[in-house]
Ligand binder design. Structure first.
Ligand SMILES: Nc1ncnc2c1ncn2[C@@H]1O[C@H](COP(=O)(O)OP(=O)(O)OP(=O)(O)O)[C@@H](O)[C@H]1O
Ligand SMILES: [Mg+2]
Length: 236
């Protein structure tokens, strides 16, 4: 199956005198064109695993194997926009002038609901709008893989729900592969094709979510059963 294969990944950090084992024996297939969610509590190693997978850091052992060519974009927990550039400037920041297809950029900015704010600067946007701008920047790069680290964590309940819907729509349109980090079980159930449950630096279980994404109703019994199963796996 095409995608990214993680084989026996290990990562340690030296903190003062101590060697901290952050990831141990991580084996995971991240399938192409699907949404894979890393779910686990704070400090279990989700961000570290995402950074290794995206090539921002090197593992101490193990291998990251790409089956196909790939172009990776990141969306971090904070928007990380350039304050001196407006929405348009931020969204097109990673692109060379000759790469900028103005119609495509306008479409992306419209998709994230910022078409009225193309010339606005980050300080003139709400936190949620800034995060949507960061997502537009990732999409404008036309990545085959998007690494998203709790991108909606700072948003209110309603905006978060809207953004999840938008992400599913964009995903259906672009067919990009997504690795998505969250500690929200409901968010994982809303978005994922596959959930990798992490605990203390290991992947404790993988749960496939077979339901068609657009029709997901988390109050449906099948989802409640799945949630119960995940809660048991997370042991709380
Ligand atoms: N650069 C670093 N140097 C030292 N320790 C680090 C470094 N990055 C992460 N760690 C440690 O690795 C562990 C896992 O951190 P990581 O950021 O991957 O967790 P996380 O699952 O993303 O948590 P959260 O949900 O709070 O973001 C933590 O104990 C953290 O202190
Ligand atoms: Mg993190």
């Amino acid at each position: 199956m095409a995608g990214i294969r993680l084989i026996g990944l290990e990562k340690n950090y030296q903190v003062e005198e101590r060697m901290l084992q952050v990831l141990r024996g991580i084996d995971l297939q991240i399938p192409e064109k699907k949404i894979t969610v890393l779910l686990g509590q704070s400090g279990c190693g989700k961000t570290t695993l995402l950074r290794l997978t995206g090539g921002l850091e090197k593992p101490d052992a193990g291998e990251i194997r790409f089956d196909t060519g790939h172009k990776t974009a990141f969306v971090f927990q904070e928007p990380r926009l350039m304050p001196w550039k407006n929405v348009w400037g931020n969204v097109t920041f990673g692109l060379r002038k000759e790469e900028i297809d103005e119609d495509a950029i306008h479409r992306i900015i419209t998709t994230v609901g910022l078409s009225e704010f193309t010339r606005a600067y980050p300080s003139q946007l709400s936190g949620g709008m800034q995060q949507r701008c960061a997502i537009a920047r990732a999409l404008a790069y036309e990545p085959s893989f998007i690494m998203m680290d709790e991108p909606f964590a700072a948003l209110d309940y309603f905006t978060r729900g809207q953004m999840q819907k938008e992400l599913l729509r964009v995903h259906a349109q672009t067919g990009s592969s997504i690795l998505f980090v969250t500690h929200s079980i409901d968010e994982a159930l809303t978005l994922a094709d596959k959930i990798a449950i992490m605990e203390n630096g290991v992947i404790k279980a993988e749960v496939e979510v077979p339901m068609e994404k657009r029709q997901r109703d988390l109050m449906d019994n099948s989802f409640i059963d799945l949630k119960r199963k995940i809660l048991l796996l997370l042991d709380r």
